[in-house]
Design a protein around this ligand. Structure first.
Ligand code: ADP
Ligand code: ZN
Length: 611
């Protein structure tokens, strides 16, 4: 791999390696070969053009349809020390001309521009005299009539390129994979012998499930209560259904709402409430989400079956963009099919000629059927999705609602009592991992240090599969025998029921759970809070507090400062110096310069406290 590219990635963005798919795209662009990259939301498309943009001489124009998206991207770039700007209708005339003047003076290696600007006189005047080395077309499916959101202004891109004195390399990026759209992009953008790649549709950290609950509201309500610290989105098919939001609020949940029928102002405010963590739950129609880059959405629940897999995967894909575990749950009822058919029958198609109308209609019906089958299939849900998007998964994922569906019941009453004794001996000070390691008799320094090796329960369940122990603890929490306290520590709950000789505790398991731990966890999982010790978790909380403080000072959403993943890595590594801090994933030179010292201070302070 191009070492300079890796260096650029590390210096600015703080990442050690490119993800699958990014590398070949970056290389092609650097060789001046056009690119058509199909990658799902969250796969890291922007790095694909931002890294070469920084390495090539001249300016990269990024064409993007959404103002909010541009703003977010430019803000993130500025954060990592890259001078970038955007040109769109949100700027005043004065701001616009100032930005153009700076652009002419060569101040920005990366400029985001709305497609309708390209062929305006002022912009052309700039572009014709500037050294434009690359054009990156984000959301490039917008050029196609067959895409989800056709934008006529995208057709101007080719016209614009044709006027430039020197043809820049063109990179087209999208998450839409159907053949018609792909061909349209290549043709309508005038790509020349493009390097085409489809990658990364699998999002390993997302868990997929379809449920058919009798009472959808209760399902959602309970889920939210069980995950009080998590941000989540509830997608509804119609505006009317978004009224679920009101009900959640009356039930004491900090929820907000979003749909096309609200005023601009309310939409903006509600969206900000969600992004800035003032509201944990967003209830919305599919009008919400384009251009929202909130990375710590922990679950996306669909209150109804959406109209197509493209829609579903894009909306569900807004969960877990930080790479940490997240859940995508579709609540299905046969009524959803009826609503969808109704919506299709009333779809606005005035601006299409009758022949096209028929094609579009057929396509929509086909898409709906794909979705219907998703709701009824018993095959691996992840594979169903991947196959639809043109990938060839080899075997079931063993980590989706369907793969985990066939359960066997296992009586674990005896083991349950031993685990409870251990929690008792630990006096409610430690989390799951310590308890599991203790009863399993693990030989770790940590257990030595806290004295757990001298507990009576040390090693009493040696040899028991740790997956089962983890399940068992979940079950004990569910049944109220154990409670989870602050910092995820386990405490005794009401155990009086267990004294009854008839009492039993059993767990539901799949074949997968019986595999040895290593075989069961072949997938590379991102670090999550669970991997932190309870002390690490405390530090993580403090780092989060500092992040929030900085976010407030700078009026930025917290995730723009550092992602959760970065803070978790920081809490685990506890860096004590600049080089150590730069070793944390997501910390580049510029962010270090801005925030490094403050975070180091908090870590240092913490280190002194715990001795
Ligand atoms: P997309 O535009 O494809 O939806 P983004 O470019 O916003 O996705 O990237 C999603 C997330 O993944 C961002 O938080 C980004 O910083 C992160 N990311 C991208 N590339 C890498 C990488 N090589 N290593 C680690 N994280 C990455
Ligand atoms: Zn599966």
């Amino acid at each position: 791999m191009n070492r300079q590219a890796v260096q650029t990635l590390k210096t600015y963005f703080g990442y050690d390696t490119f993800r699958e798919g990014q590398e070949s795209v970056v290389e092609s662009i650097l060789e001046h070969r056009d690119v058509l990259a199909i990658m799902p939301t969250g796969a890291g498309k922007s790095i694909c053009y931002q890294v070469p943009a920084l390495m090539m001489k001249g300016i990269t124009l990024v064409i993007s349809p959404l103002i909010s998206l541009m703003k977010d991207q430019v803000r993130s770039l500025n954060q990592v020390g890259i001078s970038a700007a955007y040109l769109n209708s949100s700027l005043t005339q004065g701001q616009y001309f100032t930005a153009l003047r700076y652009a002419k003076a060569g101040r920005y290696p990366i400029i985001y521009v709305a497609p309708e600007r390209l062929t305006t006189e002022a912009f052309l005047d700039f572009a014709l005299s500037a050294d434009i080395s690359m054009i990156a077309v984000d959301e490039s499916h917008c050029v196609s009539q067959w895409g989800q959101d056709f934008r006529p202004s995208y057709l101007k891109i080719a016209e614009f390129v044709a006027q430039l004195p020197k043809r820049p390399v063109i990179g087209a990026f999208t998450a839409t994979a159907t053949k018609e759209v792909r061909e349209d992009i290549a043709r309508l953008l005038g790509l020349q012998d493009p390097f085409c790649t489809t990658t990364g549709f699998d999002r390993e950290n997302l868990y997929f499930a379809v449920k058919t609950p009798k009472d959808k509201y209760k399902e959602v309500h309970d889920y939210i209560l069980e995950h009080p610290d998590d941000s989540g989105i509830i997608y509804c098919l119609t505006r009317k259904l978004v009224e679920v939001c009101g009900k959640l609020i009356r039930d004491g949940i900090t929820a907000t709402r979003y749909h096309a029928g609200l005023s601009d102002e309310e939409r903006r405010n509600n969206q900000d409430d969600f992004i800035y963590d003032r509201c944990r739950v967003m209830v919305a129609t599919n009008a919400f989400g384009m251009g929202i880059d909130k990375s710590d959405v922990r679950y996306v629940i669909h209150y109804n079956m959406p109209q197509s897999m493209e829609n579903y995967y894009q909306e569900a894909g807004r969960a877990g963009r930080d790479g940490l575990d997240a859940k995508c749950i579709l609540l299905f009822s046969p009524q959803d099919i009826v609503i969808n058919r109704f919506l299709l029958d009333h779809k606005e198609m005035q601006d299409l000629d009758p022949a096209d109308r028929e094609t579009v209609r057929e396509r929509d019906v086909r898409r709906l059927q794909v979705m219907e089958r998703y709701c009824y299939t018993t095959e691996c849900l992840r594979n169903y999705i991947l196959k639809y998007f043109g990938e060839n998964p080899e075997k079931p994922c063993q980590d989706c609602g369907n793969c985990l569906r066939e359960f066997e019941t296992l009586d674990m009453t005896e083991a349950a009592k031993k685990v409870i004794n251990c929690v008792y001996e630990a006096k409610g000070r430690y989390g799951r991992q310590i308890i599991i390691d203790t009863v399993a008799g693990a030989k770790t320094a940590r257990l030595e240090e806290i004295g757990a090796v001298r507990y009576k329960s040390y090693g009493v369940l040696a040899g028991t599969n740790k997956n089962l122990l983890r399940r068992l603890i979940e079950q004990l929490v569910l049944e109220g025998y154990l409670r989870v306290g602050d910092y995820q520590v386990l405490k005794l709950g009401d155990i009086s029921g267990l004294k009854n000789p008839e009492a039993s505790v059993s767990i539901k398991i799949t074949d997968e759970d019986k595999q040895p731990e290593k075989a069961a966890k072949t997938k590379k999982k991102a670090k999550s809070v669970e991997t932190l010790t309870s002390s690490g978790y405390k530090l993580f909380e403090r780092l989060k507090k500092l992040r929030l403080e900085i976010a407030r000072e700078e009026s930025m959403p917290p995730y723009i400062i550092f992602s959760d993943k970065t803070l978790i890595d920081m809490a685990a590594k506890m860096p004590a110096s600049k080089p150590e801090m730069l070793d944390v994933s997501g910390v580049g030179e510029n962010k270090f310069a801005k925030y490094g010292e403050r975070f180091l201070e908090v870590i240092e302070e913490y280190r002194r406290e715990v001795g």
